[in-house]
Structures are given as C-alpha cells and as structure tokens.
Design a protein around this ligand. Structure first.
Ligand SMILES: NC(=O)C1=CN([C@@H]2O[C@H](COP(=O)(O)OP(=O)(O)OC[C@H]3O[C@@H](n4cnc5c(N)ncnc54)[C@H](OP(=O)(O)O)[C@@H]3O)[C@@H](O)[C@H]2O)C=CC1
Ligand SMILES: O=C(O)CCC(=O)C(=O)O
Ligand SMILES: [Mg+2]
Length: 741
C-alpha cells in the first residue's frame, strides 16, 4: 500500500465532541511516537451546514466538505476512520444550529420550511442533505459487527448496573397497528436487469405524476415498496390515546424520526395532531399563519406563539393545560421543565428509548416526576413485536440479571445504503387516491401500491453484494465465537422472503459444518435469544438495517447498562476499516449537566475500544509493528481501566470524563513502559508513566475540584475551541506531563 499510514478521527457533536477535546491530544501524542498520524475531519452538524452552504458564505468562512471526502475514502482500502456519534438533526435542531451560526457571523439563509419560490426550494434541498441521519449512511460502506468485548462483558457481570424491578401485573405494553401499515403492505422484487426504474403516481382521476425519474438498480438487487395508510394510522393513534386514558397509564410514542428522516416525522406529526387536536382546531388559522408544524412537535407551537401578544399566548397555554386534564398523561423527557414525549421529534428515539424503558421496569417518567406504567406506541408492525416479546418475558420472569445473563451480538446489513438507510429520496406523500408504481425500463410495472391522499409510500433497496458480504460476516462470527447465529427474517414479509432465498444461496458458499445457524421471525428470534440469555448463553443476531439499530441498543442497554461500551466495527467492503465508538448517540443530556455543573459523565470506553481496533487494523494494513504495540498496550490499558473501575461517575466532584482519560493515559503509558516488544516505545513512555503515577493524586484532585461551577463553552453546535479546550483540559500538571512526551 502506497499511502502514508494515518487514522482519521472525526469531530462531531455534543458529548463526544466535548470528550474529544480531552482525549484526542492524548491519542495524537501516543500515535506520533509510533509514526502514526491522527488527523481530524469535522463532520459536526455545524461543520456540515457550513460545508453544504458554502456558496452563501464569504471565502474566509467556507469549509470543505469533509463528509464527502470521508465517504470517498471509505470506498478505498486505505480508509481507517474512527467515527464518533454525531447529531442526526431534526428540523428544530437544524434551525437552532443555523441560528447559532448566524449569530456567530455566518450569513446563512434560514431553513425555509415552506419554500415560497425556486431559490427557497434550492436552499431547502441543500439543508435537507444535512438533516437527519446524513453521516452514517455515507461512511458505512460495509456491514456492521457490534458486540460486547469479552473484557467488557466480564466487567458488567462483576459490576452490575441497576435494573428496575418487573412485576407480572405491570400494565406496560407495546401498541401497534393491525392493518394499513408498512408491514401489511410490503411488496418486494428481485431485479434481473441493470438500469433505472421510475417511481410514478397514477391518480384515479387520471393525473400522472413522476415522483422519481431515475432510480438505478443492479442485477440481483432487492427492491421493495410499502405504504403507511394515513387514515388507518390516525384511527389507530386516536384509539391508543383513548385506551391509555382508560387504562390510566402514560402514553408514549417511539419512532426513529432522525434516521427515518422523511417518513417518521410525518407519523410523529400525526400523533401530535391527534393528541392536541382540539388546540389545532380551535386556533387553526392562527397556528397556520404562524407556520406551526406538528411534525416538529408541540415544541414548535410553544416556539412560534412567542411572537403573539401575551394574552393570546396565555390563552393557548391555558387551553393546552386544560387539554392535559382530559387526555392521558404523556411520558416525559424532562418533567421538571414540562418537556413531553411529543415536544421534539428527536428527543425520543426508539432504539435508545425502548431499552431504557425496559431497563427501568417498563416504566417511563410522568408529569409528576415519578415512574409509571406506559403504553409504548410503535405504529408499524415490522419490529414492534420484538419489544412486546421482551416485555412479556420480563413480566413472566422478572428483570434480567446483568451478573449472569448471556449476550446478544449483532451482524447488521447496512452497506451501500441498504434497506431503509437509502429510502429517503424514495419516500413520498401520496398526492391523491390512486396507485404508486415502480416501472422498469421496458415500461413493465414491477410493483404497484394503492394509495390515498397523505399516505406515506416508501421504497427501499439492497444490493446483492452487501447481502453476500453480510452472510459471510455472519458465518465468520459464528465460527469465531462458537455461538449460534440467527437470521432475523420473517417469511411473511415479502422483502424478508427474498432475503431468505439469498441467505440460503450464499450460505452454500461457506463451510458451515458444525455451526448452529437459524432463520427465524423477529418475534421467534427474540424468544429464542431471551431464553438463552437467561441461561447465560450467547447468541448472534444477524439482521437487516433497522433491527441492527434497535438490537445494538436493546441488548447492550440490558447487559451493560449502556450501548456506549460496545465494540462497533464496520469492515468496509473494499478493505478499509471504520471503527465506530460505541453503538449509542451523542448524549445531549450530558452536555446539559456539564454546562450546569462542570461534570461530564460521558463514558469514552467506546472510543478506547475503537482506537485499539483502529491501530491494529493500521498495523496489519501497512505492516507497522509499532502500531500493533500501541493496539496491544491500549487493549491492556482498557482491561486495567475496567478492573480499576475508572469510568466516569454520574455525580459532580467525582471522577468524570476528563479524569477517566487521565487514567487511560496512565495505564496505557504504563503498559507501553512495561512491554519489551519495542524498546524505542518503551524508552519513550517510561518517563511519562513515571510522572503520571507520581502525580496521580494531584492531577485527579485538580480534575475533580474544578467541578461544581457553570461552564461557558461559547456555543452549542459550534463550541468555542479555546474555551472548550480549556474546560476539557484543566489540569496543568497533566498537560505538562503529556507535553514532555
Ligand atoms: N452513531 C451515531 O452517530 C448515532 C447518533 N445518534 C444521535 O445522537 C443524538 C442523541 O440520541 P439519543 O437517542 O438520545 O441516544 P444517546 O445514545 O445519545 O443517549 C441515550 C442515553 O444513553 C446514555 N449514553 C449514551 N452514550 C453514552 C456514553 N458514551 N457514556 C455514558 N452514557 C451514554 C446516556 O444515558 P444517561 O443520560 O442516563 O447518562 C444517554 O442519555 C441524536 O441526535 C441521535 O440522532 C444516535 C445514535 C447513534
Ligand atoms: O444514523 C443515525 O441517525 C443513528 C444511527 C444509530 O442509531 C445506530 O447506528 O445505532
Ligand atoms: Mg442506534
């Protein structure tokens, strides 16, 4: 390989971005000694806005498109990217980030929610590229391998996190539709040609509208379509609101409005509209004039009525308060601040929110600041049953026991914008009653869905090569781990039926002798895995993209307390490596705590694990022995870190993220000083190991004592570099020791 060896470390948002200010200088200092460069690329929400909107900015404020660059890199064998979680922005977050940048002197146009002319259409289209899950699908040019490292699982068994108690009389449950959803309408087709398909609408009134002119497909590609019927959805939601009231339990809605950035905000909006219907009816014209959009949550109403006269604002607020008295209570995001589950579409994200509910005894926080049984509404049936199966298991057998439970790892199909990941530009609201069809180059109709106005039509695709790679990865994991591997595929779903045929075909390419391989529906696979988990046995889940997302929060959150401790590797299909740091998100609540009291509870174990894998990959790809020494010693340091229990605490004036980085640095330096594989590295790190251990007490005191006051980061989406660096590296002693390396 000709390129110089380097690791790209991504700069992202919120808590992981904060952690980077402290961790990256350590990593860069260590890597330099091994001749490895660790470069950064800014893929933060603010960075992506600036890069995308460069035409609107003066030269000196422009920024290159780091995401596009990394997307290209990910398709090469040289790629070695450490990817931290980033914000997948909802519209309210996007608008807030734009506003912050405007205040900071960036002459950016506002986000035009309802574009009035061609120029605004253009602006909206540009911003929409930044919206939602816009980073991960670009970088994930491989399938995913997520699991708890053996040392991490062992640690969790010894140091169990708190689990809420479950009782058989819990009223909590998952509510899903019984007809009219994506599950019920799915059609699937395997292409036998290379070319473009057209997606078009043909109205019962004869109106023809091309929704998407060209969608390229390859031979063997699986394409599918599905429809969420608006009326069925609304009737279902209305029924659930009623039921929650009667059962006297909290009402909550769990969607993925960030990752499914087109379809899910619309479903979210239907719930907001249904729940607050009397308000939207009474103030119809007023709210329309203000541009209040239920898809952005009831928070949008609160934001936009701020421009009204005080008495008008008060009247609306009073009506909302009165409505709460007759509606079921909503699960709360922050009961102290009155922020409900329906406030912003990005606050409750199903992958993290359902496991947290299950971990906390099936209860969520109510308006009274107490935990209550909850109706968890997950409209579509494709995967809702998985959570209901876990809930039933907990009602019957009680909470899981992290000290004895087995593990469920995941091999996920996601490469090349597989399945729902690539569906955004193929998701449409039906313009009227008629049919939406997918037509091949010969004019033949491949699939046809009946629609009514306002229905959500969605088309997904998955190429053949990623499916083949995914099967290979599953077989390799089954072989390496000795655990059974279960393909979670539902033969009743058209898409899954096509995948089952491909799985059976590609399994023949491998030696599967002695492996335990199954194909089961998601509900059966859940039951199978849970039974094993309770017996302390491990199982590999082999799933499509959405289940990958759901399960890699669900099981880690039950097993380890958080998905931040996951090993999350993406072996890129062209030979490079993408190393994700944990399987969770960017933890906005952590930033809030840091700003309020100077304590950052973000756990960087995911970063540590990813870095070790990244150094090891680099060592193999470029044959650099020193990089392997860095990897091995970091591995060892991670073990000591876990044994010594140096993860951040949740409480102020105790060890936080910065203190945990100090310990990682200490243990890593010690491991390097102790190894004999590379004398140069040993000599280089011995003095650092010595000075850090001598100053341990003083440095930790510096890092803990400085907490307890408010912190000014000079921004949220674009923090001030100097201020943030100062806040995240407050120990002079530690900084000087590192400087001396
Ligand atoms: N890979 C990616 O880029 C991903 C990005 N996201 C994005 O992240 C944002 C937040 O998403 P959300 O659904 O709230 O999920 P998060 O995973 O960010 O947060 C859920 C909770 O998990 C805990 N948690 C997560 N990471 C850590 C960590 N490293 N250390 C300690 N605790 C952790 C925190 O619990 P507690 O508060 O109890 O400490 C946190 O509040 C969204 O913008 C979302 O789109 C989400 C998932 C993946
Ligand atoms: O891309 C996103 O928005 C979220 C991704 C995610 O949650 C995951 O990969 O687990
Ligand atoms: Mg996820």
């Amino acid at each position: 390989m000709s390129e110089t060896p380097k690791i790209i470390y991504t700069l992202t948002d919120e808590a992981p971005a904060l952690a980077t200010y402290s961790l990256l200088p350590i990593v860069q200092a260590f890597a330099e000694k091994a001749g490895v460069e660790v470069e950064t690329r800014d893929i933060s929400l603010a960075g992506r806005i600036i890069a995308t909107m460069s035409d609107y900015l003066p030269e000196k404020l422009r920024q290159s498109d780091a995401l596009a660059e990394l997307g290209e890199l990910a398709e090469t064998a040289e790629a070695n990217i450490v990817k931290l979680p980033n914000i997948s922005a909802s519209i309210p977050q996007l608008a807030a980030a734009i506003k912050e940048l405007q205040v900071k002197g960036y002459p950016l146009p506002d986000y035009p929610e309802e574009p009035a002319d061609a120029e605004q259409e253009k602006i909206k289209a540009l911003y929409d590229k930044v919206k939602g899950s816009a980073v991960n699908p670009v970088l994930r040019e491989g399938n995913s391998d997520r699991r708890a490292a053996a040392s991490v699982k062992a640690y969790a068994k010894k140091n169990s996190h708190r689990m809420g108690k479950w009782t058989p009389d819990s009223k909590s449950h998952v509510a899903h539709m019984s007809h009219g959803d994506f599950y019920g309408s799915e059609q699937s087709h395997v292409c036998d040609f290379k070319g473009n398909v057209v997606i078009k609408y043909v109205g019962d009134d004869g109106v023809v509208k091309v929704l998407r002119k060209k969608t390229p497909v390859l031979v063997g590609e699986v394409i599918d379509t599905a429809v969420m019927n608006r009326q069925a959805l609304r009737a279902f939601l209305a029924g659930q609101i009623e039921e929650a009231k009667q059962e006297d339990i909290l009402l909550s809605l769990h969607l993925k409005a960030t990752m499914m950035k087109v379809s899910d905000p619309i479903m979210f909006g239907h719930m907001v509209h249904e729940y607050y219907q009397p308000i939207f009816d009474k103030y119809e014209t007023l709210l329309e004039n203000l541009g209040v959009d239920p898809n952005n949550g009831i928070g949008d109403l609160y934001n936009k009525i701020k421009d009204l006269r005080p008495h008008q604002q008060e009247a609306i607020r009073a009506d909302v308060e009165a409505l709460y008295k007759i509606r079921p209570e909503l699960a709360m995001v922050n009961s102290d601040k009155g922020i409900t589950n329906l406030h912003v579409p990005s606050d409750i994200i199903v992958d993290a929110s359902m496991p947290a509910m299950i971990r906390d005894s099936g209860k969520m926080w109510g308006p009274d600041g107490q935990l209550h049984d909850t109706k968890a509404v997950i409209p579509d049936r494709c995967y809702a049953g998985v959570y209901q199966a876990v809930i039933e298991d907990c009602k019957e057998n009680g909470a899981f026991d992290p000290s004895t439970m087995g593990s469920v790892s995941n091999v996920g199909l996601m490469a090349k914008k597989a399945e729902e990941y690539g569906s955004h530009n193929k998701t449409f609201l039906a313009p009227g009653r008629g049919r939406i069809m997918v037509v091949d180059p010969k004019g033949q109709i491949l699939m046809e869905q009946e629609v009514e106005e306002g229905d959500i039509f969605r088309m997904c695709k998955v190429k053949d090569a990623p499916i083949r790679d995914w099967v290979k990865l599953a077989v390799n994991r089954a072989r390496a781990s000795g655990s059974p591997a279960v393909f979670w595929l539902d033969e009743k779903r058209a898409h899954d039926a096509n995948l089952i045929a491909k799985v059976n075909k590609y399994l023949e390419e491998h030696d599967t002798d002695g492996l335990e391989l199954h194909i089961m529906s998601p509900v059966d696979a859940t039951k199978f895995s849970l039974e094993r988990i309770r017996r302390g046995q491990d199982t590999i889940s082999v799933t499509g993209n959405v289940l990958r997302d759901y399960l890699t929060d669900l099981y880690p959150i039950l097993e380890l307390g958080t998905s931040a401790k996951m090993l999350s590797i993406v072996p890129l299909m062209n030979g490079g490596g993408l190393f994700e740091t944990g399987a969770g998100g960017s933890a906005p609540k952590h930033v809030q705590q840091f700003v309020e009291e100077g304590h950052l509870r973000w756990d960087s174990l995911g970063e540590f694990l990813a870095l070790s894998e990244s150094f090891s990959h680099l060592a193999h790809a470029f044959d650099i022995k020193k990089a392997q020494v860095l990897a091995d010693t970091l591995d060892k340091a991670n073990g000591v870190f876990l044994d010594e229990n140096k993860s951040p605490s949740r409480k102020v004036n105790e060890l936080d993220n910065r203190g945990s980085h100090f310990y990682l640095c200490l243990y890593w330096a010690q491991a390097l000083a102790e190894q004999t594989e590379d004398a140069e590295l040993q000599a280089a790190f011995a003095p650092l190991a010595k000075s850090l251990s001598e100053n341990e007490a003083a440095i930790v005191a510096e890092l803990n004592d400085i907490q307890g006051t408010e912190i000014d980061l000079g921004g949220y989406y674009r923090m001030d570099d100097e201020k943030t660096s100062k806040a995240m590296r407050p120990s002079e002693l530690f900084n000087a020791a590192l400087e001396a390396l």
